[in-house]
Design a protein around this ligand. Structure first.
Ligand code: GLU
Length: 501
């Protein structure tokens, strides 16, 4: 069997969209399942769209998810360099080979000329019909071509798509796919500045890096026809292709875009991204309180199904279960509620101390000086009640400071004038009772004075936390400390008295 080698080949044009992570994930899983190699290749030949920091962002994101490449920039490997800008000199030879074999030609049209053609004809395509009327080595006399080549160092090479042919290939997901060459344009493969375009660099590198399977987004399907054509012209065996279904917006038509995060109120990038333009700043899933293992589980099911009811998978289970055959053709709708459901599951499964380290900076930034062990105990009490880690602090401020407001609605329903005295006496007993007798002290007092337990427990909860929501009251009091809670109860009793009278 051929050695499985797959690659994730993002362009560093900005932060990596969550759809890109799914592509990386599927490549990673496919490699691991077959003991293959997962390569990271940075496709940075388009200098105009290059964004500094994007490559670091891509690598940091892969690290956060634990999808570590076996080969790539920063990871090493035998077939590098893994940044296309560092491979610039490799590509010309192959572009020249295509020209010499009659599958590509020199094009002399200036960007301005092409632009004005597009302006006068919006459907203009440089293809096997229009090329006969344009300035290139197919239409101009050999002597003119030679002199243009000599004085011009800005000559592009274009692929010469054949006339009236069908290019087909078998896609692992979409089955047999065919393209009519009359519909395909003569793509530029080498630009005037000597840089290859995506198409040439992509196939040359997939060949030289011995890639066995190209697993990428559906938007590259029509380019694959050009790629298959180039493989044939080079006499190379193409890799297998698998084009992944789109990730769709939560509602309506179209694929999930980077602006949808702001529109629907959830992240679409793994990590936060800061840029000079405010509209291009994005909060990441990590900073929003998601765990990478939850997102992996969520993402893998956006387009793949195990064929049974199992929904929860660890990364190593996925390495076993994953297969290209179970990837669906239709687009998968992005459902943030499902992502939160997975996140809640993984938060509950997480070790309390791990959660504490995740939110520790936020706790410190909020001005609370507590030990990480204390935060871990708070996480232990709160984790069943949140969907995102940052909600632990947001919903549990009372573990760090006395409540600033009280639930007046419940107070007005539960409070009776004699309760102020009882709450204060109970607080006094709490102050001197040992930690393991908090429950007995409270319940004993209620029984002894024949008070209505429902009323008193509600008022105690409000005194300690400000609201009716929260984890077990006795456990909360134990963690906050009986002394601190006693003073909260005394203060609240005064408030209740004033607010109801
Ligand atoms: N550089 C392309 C991208 O940014 C890669 C497409 C491919 O995997 O061939 O998505």
């Amino acid at each position: 069997m051929t050695k499985i080698r797959v690659r994730f080949a993002p362009s560093p044009t900005g932060p990596l969209h969550i759809g890109g992570i799914r592509t990386a994930l599927y490549n990673y899983l496919f490699a691991k399942k077959y003991n293959g190699t997962f390569v990271l290749r940075i496709e940075d030949t388009d200098q105009v769209r290059y964004v500094p920091g994007a490559e670091t962002y891509i690598i940091d994101s892969l690290r956060w998810f634990g999808l570590l490449p076996d080969e790539g920039p920063e990871f090493g490997g035998q077939v590098g360099p893994y940044r296309q800008s560092e491979r610039k000199d490799i590509y010309r030879e192959y572009a020249d080979l295509l020209v010499s074999r009659g599958h590509a030609y020199y094009a002399f049209d200036t960007p301005e000329e092409l632009e004005s053609m597009r302006e006068s004809n919006p459907t203009f395509k440089y293809d096997n019909k229009s090329r006969n009327t344009l300035k290139n080595s197919l239409t101009l006399p050999a002597a003119t071509v030679e002199s243009l080549m000599e004085k011009n160092d800005d000559v592009a090479i274009r692929l010469q798509m054949p006339v009236d042919q069908v290019i087909s290939f078998d896609d692992e997901i979409r089955g047999h796919v065919s393209f009519d060459t009359n519909e395909l344009d003569d793509k530029v493969i080498l630009k005037g500045d000597g840089m290859p375009t995506y198409h040439l660099a992509n196939i040359v590198d997939d060949h030289l890096m011995q890639i066995s399977h190209v697993i990428r987004g559906e938007e590259w399907l029509s380019s694959t026809a050009h790629h298959v054509f180039m493989y044939a012209c080079m006499d190379w065996t193409p890799p297998a292709f698998a084009h992944l279904p789109l990730i769709l917006k939560p509602t309506g038509k179209g694929k999930l875009s980077k602006r949808d995060g702001a529109k629907f109120g959830f992240p679409v990038f793994p990590l936060s991204w800061d840029s000079d333009h405010e509209e291009d700043n994005f909060t990441g899933f990590r900073e929003d309180g998601f765990l990478p293992e939850a997102l992996i589980n969520f993402l893998v099911l956006l387009g793949w199904s195990p064929g049974n009811d199992q929904e929860l998978f660890t990364l190593s289970e996925l390495c076993e279960a994953f297969s290209l055959e179970k990837i669906v053709k239709s687009g998968a709708r992005f459902d943030i509620e499902k992502a939160k459901w997975f996140n809640q599951h993984y938060i509950i499964q997480s070790d309390n101390l791990k959660l504490a380290y995740l939110i520790q900076n936020k706790v410190i930034a909020a001005g609370y000086h507590v030990t990480v062990e204390y935060i871990a105990d708070v996480c232990g009490l709160m984790k069943e009640r949140v969907h995102k880690t940052d909600e632990i602090l947001d919903n549990a401020r009372f573990f760090f400071e006395p409540p600033g407001t009280y639930d007046d609605n419940t107070i007005s329903k539960k409070y009776k004038p004699e309760y102020s005295f009882h709450l204060k006496s109970m607080a006094e007993s709490l102050m001197i009772c040992p930690e393991n007798e908090i429950e007995a002290t409270i319940k004993g007092y209620i029984a002894e004075k024949s008070l209505k337990a429902g009323d008193i427990m509600s008022l105690l909860r409000i005194a300690v936390s400000g609201s009716m929501q929260g984890p077990d009251l006795i456990q909360s009091i134990t963690l906050i400390g009986n002394n601190e809670c006693a003073s909260r109860i005394i203060r609240a009793a005064d408030y209740f008295e004033k607010s109801v009278s």
